[in-house]
Ligand binder design. Structure first.
Ligand code: SAM
Length: 286
């Protein structure tokens, strides 16, 4: 008789995912099992240690999800959610899956909002995707007023769905080069995780190449087309002393600092992420 314990099913799922080249096969197998069973990953691990059995229906459901993940569909599209700081965001086709690296980049914006002298400081997220950055600022700095824009008609509904409950957050479906003209000169913080991949540098991971929207990834020949727009637009949006935060690729810090400095920004500085790669550049509006 086949072993239908959860432990055996998770082991088999992890082996299939490893063979398909999935980077963290056991983690994904446990998360998919947890999704089917409606329990957290830690509870899956406890259940495997206990030797819990799984119903035929749940085993079949897990098998179907593992098949999707073998096709390198992002885990977050299969479960329908992506964790981001303290949030669980709804994600799926058409929207960029928020990344763990961005969780640390947002901290610069949150710290600046918390330190701002205004009673209700304004933070602006340009190219909000799922709404991850905007919603983190709105919920972690409840006295702030957050404004976010997303141009893609496919991504915008995801942002709407995720940010709908935040009373201090305004979302619009406009180009980041034009949005929020009425806020010019008032923002304490402008943050963006723009598309920054050079057009010819097609990402290796199938999850990114096949499932992240092109509009979220590619930023022109050197990847910095949107950064150049951001530099000009954020100078208009921020009040003097306001902070610009831009996420970018590990090799782009120097070029972004020189774009910002040429445009008149002060104290442009590049910061590393937890893997010690350049990940974000900040600058102050003079
Ligand atoms: C790398 S994704 C980041 C999404 C989200 N901020 C995050 O960190 O998960 C870049 C986002 O910018 C949006 N975008 C690209 N060009 C834009 C433009 N001109 N105006 C507004 N949004 C734009 C894309 O559709 C995409 O959702």
């Amino acid at each position: 008789m086949p072993d239908t314990s959860l432990a055996a099913l998770v082991r088999a799922a992890a082996a299939r995912l490893a063979a398909a080249g999935v980077p963290d096969p056991l983690v994904d197998a446990e998360l998919l099992a947890g999704h089917v069973l409606g329990i957290r990953r830690g509870e899956v691990q406890a259940a495997t240690v206990r030797g819990d059995a799984v119903s035929d229906a749940d085993a079949a459901a897990l098998d179907a999800l593992v098949t999707r993940r073998e096709g390198r569909e992002p885990l977050q599209h299969i479960t329908g959610t992506a964790p981001f700081r303290h949030l669980e965001l709804a994600v799926g086709p058409g929207v960029f899956v928020p990344r763990p690296e961005t969780e640390t980049v947002v901290q610069f914006a949150i710290d600046a909002l918390l330190a701002a002298p205004e009673p209700d400081p304004i933070g602006i997220d340009l190219g909000t995707g799922s709404g991850a950055i905007a919603l983190a600022m709105a919920t972690e700095v409840p006295h702030s007023r957050i404004f976010a824009t997303e141009l893609s008609p496919d991504a915008f509904p995801w942002a709407e769905r995720n940010t709908g409950g935040a009373a201090n957050l305004t979302l619009v479906n406009e180009d980041l080069g034009e949005a929020f003209r009425d806020l010019d000169g008032t923002a304490s913080v402008v943050i963006s995780n723009p598309p920054y991949v050079p057009d010819a540098a097609v990402p290796r991971d199938p999850e990114v190449r096949l499932f992240d929207p092109a509009m979220a990834l590619y930023g022109g020949e050197d990847g910095l087309d949107i950064v150049r727009v951001l530099s000009i637009r954020a100078l208009e949006l921020l009040r003097p002393g306001g902070l610009l935060v831009i996420e970018h690729g590990e090799l782009q810090g120097e070029e972004i600092r020189s774009i910002l400095t040429r445009d008149g920004w002060r104290a442009a500085a590049t910061h590393r992420d937890l893997t010690l790669r350049d990940r974000a550049t900040t600058a102050l509006r003079p």
